[in-house]
Ligand binder design. Structure first.
Ligand code: UDX
Ligand code: UDX
Length: 439
């Protein structure tokens, strides 16, 4: 058992803390949002993440997990203090390190004995050195400290599973001293542990995220070629994915990637490598293909509906991906906002994200189910591939719609079936439907 504190109780910090407690460690989660801490202490869960609620409740009851808004409390408790606060993008694409720097100072100020400080937040390569310098500078009791990089590889919507069965654990250290303690933390997860230097650990995280985004943009580029050539992207990526060297995952063509990680991590990586003297043109193209994907989808809507002003459009799915309520940089925003600007009326349904969506999209109508969002609309737009949308009663859906026209941004349905049912059905990168529209 290791005594651990985690500063930053968000999608990353709360999941990490609950999983650490689940395997037997003693965890204190710290957050400077007092309302959030009070909500957690009252048994509330501020984010939707499958499996998280019961995990938190079980470990709070077992006395292995508690919450505080006092960093000093967390530092006093812990042998190992994790930093999991946001590293958002600045307007020029570089990383805003204010939160990490501030928390490093606060931790240093509270230290009275040797601590291991672990950076879990996604940070630019060479940040570890900066955190170590900051802690040394503000460590008024001059205690010894080791700074470690331990990047997270959690996907929202399956973060608990991703941490309980990690593909690997990456630990970046400046010396041997903290290795045993970090290995003790991760030993119960029975995953390969890579121990490397801090820069390599930080770079592994950026390299992974940008490669995954590259796969997505590659599939999206292929989807355009499929539409132009009458091929079917689903068959193309299936044929590619069976090659073990390529792998099928992250080749789903659609509206493109969003979320709190890929967009900011790609722009950060481009910025960081620029500063290191390398022009990462490949990643700039990944970004540009991603932007084009939304533009192309909007063009399909315009080509089909002609004028959208005063038309009513239904939207299924708002969250940036299924099984999460997170709306940060959700692809749905790149579709809905331009349509609102043109004077369309939007009604939407999302199984989890509607509460959070209201901050981003205050001027749309929120419906209580998919059929309500489709009622009397001139067109229905699918932005997020929630499983429940795959099993909708399509006859019923067609009957409630004003016009049976569907723009499927996530290729949920079979084009032939949709045409047989009498829908005008447009999707991404699939063979032409008999009606002549690109699939
Ligand atoms: C964020 C980044 O998005 C991710 O790239 C990084 O790896 C970890 O931090 P996430 O958990 O999604 O991940 O952020 P968020 O859900 O916004 O949670 C951050 C939490 O930190 C918030 O609850 C916020 O109140 C808290 N916080 C922020 C602090 O406790 N102290 C601070 O100084 C700043
Ligand atoms: C990502 C990484 O997967 C994870 O390892 C890292 O720790 C954090 O960033 P996350 O952003 O939570 O996780 O979700 P992910 O499942 O990667 O999806 C990101 C975006 O890509 C979503 O908008 C999703 O819709 C999109 N996507 C994903 C595609 O468009 N096609 C795909 O094949 C896969």
């Amino acid at each position: 058992m290791v005594k651990i504190s985690i500063v930053g109780t968000g999608y990353v910090g709360l999941v990490t803390g609950a999983c650490f407690a689940e395997v037997g460690h003693q965890v204190v989660c710290v957050d400077n949002d007092q309302k959030k801490v009070a909500f957690l202490q009252g048994g509330g869960i501020p984010i939707y993440e499958p499996g998280l609620e019961e995990l938190v409740k079980r470990n709070v009851t077992a006395g292995r997990l508690r919450f505080t808004d006092q960093i000093a409390d967390g530092v006093a408790h812990a042998e190992v203090v994790f930093i999991a606060v946001p590293t958002p993008p600045k307007s020029d694409g570089s990383v805003d390190m204010t939160y990490v720097e501030r928390v490093a100072r606060e931790i240093a100020g509270a230290m009275t004995e040797y601590k291991i400080v672990v950076d879990k937040s996604t940070v630019p390569v060479k940040t570890g050195e900066r955190v170590a310098q900051t802690i040394k500078r503000y460590n008024k009791n001059k205690c010894e400290v080791d700074v470690v990089s331990n990047p997270e590889f959690l996907r929202e919507g399956c973060a608990v599973a991703d941490l309980m069965q990690p593909d690997r654990v990456v630990i970046g250290v400046g010396g041997d001293r903290p290795v045993a303690k970090l290995k003790a933390i991760y030993e119960p997860f029975h995953a390969p542990i890579i121990v490397t230097d801090i820069n390599s650990a930080e770079l592994i995280k950026h390299a992974c995220n940008s490669f995954l985004a590259l796969k997505i943009s590659y599939a999206n580029a292929l989807s355009v070629i499929c539409e132009a050539s009458g091929a079917n992207i689903a068959d193309v990526v299936h044929g590619m994915g069976l090659d073990k060297r390529i792998g099928r995952a992250f080749l789903n063509a659609g509206l493109g990637y969003g979320g709190s990680c890929f967009p900011k991590d790609i722009s950060a990586f481009i910025h960081i490598t620029q500063e290191l003297g390398y022009d990462f043109r490949l990643l700039r193209e990944v970004e540009s293909i991603n932007r084009d994907q939304a533009e192309r989808f909007l063009k399909k809507i315009h080509d089909t509906l002609w004028i959208v002003k005063d038309k009513t459009l239904g939207v299924l799915g708002l969250a940036f991906k299924p099984n999460t309520d997170d709306m940060r940089l959700a692809p749905s925003l790149n579709i809905i906002r331009p349509l609102l600007k043109e004077g369309a009326k939007i009604k939407a349904f999302d199984p989890q994200a509607m509460e959070k969506a209201k901050e981003f999209l205050p001027d749309i109508e929120y419906c209580q189910d998919a059929y309500e969002a489709a009622r009397n609309v001139d067109g229905l737009i699918i932005c997020t591939e929630w499983d429940e949308f795959r099993t909708l009663d399509l006859e019923k859906l067609k009957n409630v719609m004003g016009h049976p026209t569907i723009f499927d941004g996530r290729n949920l349905y079979d084009p032939k079936l949709m045409n047989d049912l009498g829908f005008t059905y447009l999707s991404i990168g699939r063979r032409l439907s008999p009606a002549g529209q690109s699939g």
